[in-house]
Design a protein. Sequence first.
Length: 331
Amino acid sequence: MTTTLSPTIRIEKSGGPEEMHLVDLPVGEPGPGEIRIRHHACGLNYIDVYQRSGVYTLPMPLSLGNEGAGVIEAVGAGVAHLKAGDRAAYCGGSPGSYSLARVMSAKNVVKLPETISFETGAAMMLKGLTAEYLLKRTLPQGGLQAGDFIVFHAAAGGVGLIACQWARALGLRLIGTAGSDEKCALARENGAVFAINYRSDDFAARVKEITGGQGVKVVYDSIGKDTWEKSLDCLRPLGLMASFGNASGIVPPFAPGSLGPRGSLYVTRQTLFTHIATREAMQSMADDLFAVVKSGQVKIHVEQRYALADAAQAHRDLEARKTVGSSVLIP
């Protein structure tokens, strides 16, 4: 059995970025159903902040990171879809992608097409699959048709820029929100039909104005507490509020009875990990993502690169909303 040491970002307790430390951890051989991968790039996502800060509670000590791309070094018994030497990318499973190498379950690992770089692969799996399940699997009553308006918050973020482009490819009219005029311009450049600066404008009033008072069929919201109430006001009767994040804080408890007078609204809280719970689902969604990226209809914007040792600074920038598009760590 071979054991090597891998530089890895780990925390001993929940807290701020200062709890993140670079340590050398042993990496052995993969067991049944597992692979060992050497990362060329590691993705940075807001879920990493939730897991570090304790919004999502996980056992400690905890190695951080939920997305990466690199080369398969070894496969365990029973793994048939991957082999040593394959280029691969993944998201989900147990955290631990902020590392040079790791052993992990093969279930959420897929081959990375030769035409897609490691940095792009690491930047697109979690965010791209999130956009996929939102736009294609988290749908309002009657579904979405070309020409329909939708609202997508944080439209200049990693998920948002992918969603803007994918929505355009699907013929949807995406109304994006962002926290600055520059970010609004970026969202429009990537396919948002309208972009609203939620810091300076009442986005619910603007959405009603844009839609001629009707509202939209669905709002996709990763912001949480700060946008919740006005997001509900954006919806037409029988509309769907699809919550998938808490960047501004957790949505406080609300009375289900309040949804009736607003038009018998639907509310759902989605997570990617439910959608990629099986290897077959993971592969199907990844194939969909790879196809739209290879077609050129969706381009992955890797706008920030950090050394693995600078992961704490990457978290500070992410929490301060200083980043646009996707960010990667380079081991």
